[in-house]
Design a protein around this ligand. Structure first.
Ligand code: AMP
Ligand code: TRP
Length: 329
């Protein structure tokens, strides 16, 4: 069966950009693929973070993924630092990755601009660790949002360089994009993200979700209620596509273009559909919160299974590198 790998950072609340850009397809893919999903805590420490909060956020991120529908029955789910072979492989990949490739990564440039006081090696090396995450399981497909496509391309290059220099151990992984690969924030300008504070959290209270939706930017050319709008230029419509059925979508498309409905009408329908989908996730999360030990067990069992796979790959890698291997280590 074809193998999928993807990861999410435990950097804060999971928002609907994560959900419709990535997690929703993570769940869909479990029916057809052998899926491995990872809470990537070693990636999260490349920028300033709250030491007190990291531990709980890591568990909570696993918990939310489970509340969304992932479970040991349909995938493996674990915490990156529990499988230390990822970082070991990253070191080896460092030795085949040209620095120039890392310097031109858009995410590195953006984050270096945002965190001038702490431009560390880990921030630049981030995509190499990501390549190791994927390739240590020889995964061929990586469901991500659009912002990660460049990193997946780098993973392909790392795999190619390793295969040419040593032995052909690795596939060249491909990104799988959802129908909503780039969701803008409620500001309608920047990508929805935790750091921009322009997000709608998937576990947020309904009142807060409505308040954020109500004031969210739509098609900026639609100034007055009677102006016709263009759904293709509207971030709210993009979000609608992920939460609403075809009938609703057609109605809204027509109503917006002819100005027979206003933005608030459109947002009310979206709000209803969104709540319908997010309510059960919130309920499941509350249940899991009461049983956190179960979540921790799932993460631990996932790590055990993944570690075995990772160790097998590392033995092949060490042999290909020509390292001296004593009989017992
Ligand atoms: P992160 O929270 O940065 O670890 O991202 C987890 C996943 O969500 C990655 O696959 C991202 O590409 C995806 N993602 C994050 N923000 C967005 C967004 N605004 N629109 C679509 N996908 C996103
Ligand atoms: N860099 C990804 C993000 O910010 C998270 C990530 C780490 C990842 N390792 C990965 C995604 C491997 C896919 C595959 O969203």
């Amino acid at each position: 069966m074809k193998r999928i790998f993807s990861g999410i950072q435990p950097t804060g609340e999971i928002h609907i950009g994560n959900y419709i850009g990535a997690i929703k397809q993570w769940i869909e893919l479990t029916s057809e693929y052998d899926c491995i999903y990872c809470v990537v805590d070693y990636h999260a420490i490349t920028i300033e973070y709250d030491i007190e909060q990291l531990r709980q956020r890591t568990i909570d991120t696993g918990l939310i993924l489970m509340a969304c529908g992932l479970s040991p029955d349909n995938c493996k789910i674990f915490v990156q630092s529990h499988v230390p072979e990822h970082t070991e492989l990253a070191w080896i990949f460092n030795c085949v990755t040209p620095i120039g490739e890392l310097e031109r990564m858009t995410q590195f440039k953006d984050k270096a601009r945002q965190h001038r006081e702490n431009i560390n090696m880990g921030l630049m090396d981030y995509p190499v660790l990501q390549a190791a995450d994927i390739l240590i399981y020889k995964a061929g497909y990586v469901p991500v949002g659009e912002d990660q496509v460049q990193h997946i391309e780098l993973s392909r290059e790392v795999a190619r360089k390793f295969n040419n220099r040593f032995s052909p151990l690795f596939p060249e992984p491909q990104a799988i994009l959802s129908h909503a690969p780039r969701i803008l924030g409620v500001d309608g300008i920047n990508k929805m993200s935790k750091s921009m504070n322009n997000y709608i959290g998937i576990l947020e209270d309904k009142d807060i979700i409505w308040e954020k939706l109500r004031t969210a930017v739509t098609d900026v050319n639609r100034v007055r209620r009677k102006d016709p709008g263009n759904p293709e230029l509207c971030n709210i419509y993009t979000i609608h596509r992920a939460f609403s059925g075809n009938e609703n979508l057609l109605e809204i498309d027509k109503g917006c273009r002819s100005a027979s409905i206003g933005c608030i009408d459109c947002k009310k329908t979206l709000f209803e559909n969104m709540v319908k989908e997010l309510d059960p996730i919130r309920e499941k999360a509350e249940q899991l919160k009461k049983n956190e030990d179960y979540v921790k067990d799932v993460l631990m069992d996932g790590a055990k299974l993944c570690r075995e796979m990772a160790q097998n790959t590392m033995e092949e890698v060490r042999t290909s590198l020509g390292l001296y291997r004593p009989k017992i280590l």
